[in-house]
Unconditional design. Structure first.
Length: 353
């Protein structure tokens, strides 16, 4: 995963297709530098290693970008997020970054911010309806496809796997689920998938995995759509005598999503086999970058960026910067045409905390 080399003072985003360079007026006043713009950042939750890493990075990049922060935590509750937005409005924020976990229910809150002319950047998730200046996330369909090709290759196109889905009320859960299922049907029709909706709840994921393994002891693969299910999955495999090295015929191949430090350690130890590194650091960096750009009146169009990503138009009027999220494995091999990086690669944010 490449990191941006843009200068901290400018963070210029250069796009290559057509007239795609961001443009806007200087926000400094005649008498000198302008005051730092006030930005509201709502943290979606603090009960996972991934989101705690994101929370750690936000103040760092706020300092580099020169914005003043107001922060809240909606704790995976859209009603609390709505209340937090009202707090931001009362605090006079000029822009908001948020990561709504229920991507349908957030629409009225986005309408409120639009009416107040307060630009919004959504992080990790894309709203089903409503306006946003920019969506900052990775290609979540690619997450499902990468997991599919890794497991399909390891299982040689045959067998049974469990997919511990996130929340299907979230665009992320839907994207990962649909892409995984479509890829399996097309490329590995000999693999049977047991899809389990967990709503990003670790206890639910453990219970459903336990049930599936009891009914189907020949399951040979698990796709966890995020690291929330990591500890429970490993505990269940250990209890059943299945937490064994990849060279052991009893080994169950496990793919996760997030790229947290513990996943990288577990790949190196042979406990799990792969993950997709979701860039917590770059989510923090570019969500704040785009909020500041919105405040300054800058505009963007689809095209390649200078930070190894692509801006795409996902629907009329809504742009999404799809950041790099590589497949991570123990050997850095290629699986079903998908390249990977080794779990000890120093470019991975999970190796640099």
């Amino acid at each position: 995963m490449k990191r941006s080399k843009a200068a901290a003072a400018g963070f210029a985003l250069v796009l290559t297709a057509g007239p795609l360079t961001a443009c806007g007026s200087d926000d400094s006043g005649a008498g000198g530098a302008a005051a730092k713009p006030i930005v509201g950042v709502d943290y979606p939750r603090s009960d996972t290693d991934f989101w705690n890493s994101y929370i750690k990075y936000v103040p760092q990049y706020a300092g580099e970008l020169g914005v003043e922060l107001k922060t809240t935590n909606s704790q995976n509750d859209v009603a609390k997020l709505t209340s937090n937005v009202q707090t931001f409005i009362s605090q006079g924020v000029k822009g908001v970054a948020m990561a709504p976990q229920d991507t349908a229910a957030i629409a009225p809150t986005l309408q409120t911010l639009t009416a107040k002319k307060i630009p919004v950047v959504t992080v990790d998730t894309r709203p089903d309806q409503g306006d946003a200046y920019m969506v900052v996330r990775a290609d979540n369909r690619a997450y499902g496809e990468k997991a599919c090709h890794f497991l399909g290759t390891k299982l040689k196109g045959k067998g049974k796997v469990v997919m511990l889905q996130g929340d299907l009320a979230s665009i992320n859960g839907r994207d990962r689920t649909e892409a995984f299922n479509e890829c399996m049907k097309k490329s590995y029709p000999g693999i049977k998938v047991f899809g389990e909706d967990t709503k990003w709840d670790a206890a639910v994921a453990s219970q459903k995995l336990q049930t599936d393994l009891t009914a189907n002891p020949d399951i040979k693969g698990v796709y966890m759509q995020a690291s929330f299910a990591l500890a429970g999955t490993l505990q269940i495999l250990k209890q059943r005598g299945l937490l064994v090295p990849p060279s052991d015929p009893k080994h169950v191949f496990v793919v996760s999503n997030d790229g947290i430090p513990q996943e990288l350690k577990d790949i190196a130890a042979g406990n799990i086999d792969a993950t997709v590194s979701q860039p917590a650091d770059l989510y923090a960096k570019y969500s704040l970058y785009y909020v500041k750009a919105a405040i300054e009146g800058k505009k963007f169009q689809p095209g390649k960026t200078d930070h190894d990503s692509n801006i795409v138009q996902v629907r009329p009027g809504l742009l999404e910067d799809q950041l790099s999220a590589p497949l991570v494995t123990s050997d850095g091999g290629t699986y079903g045409g998908i390249p990977s990086v080794k779990s000890d690669d120093k470019s991975l944010w999970g190796n640099n905390l």
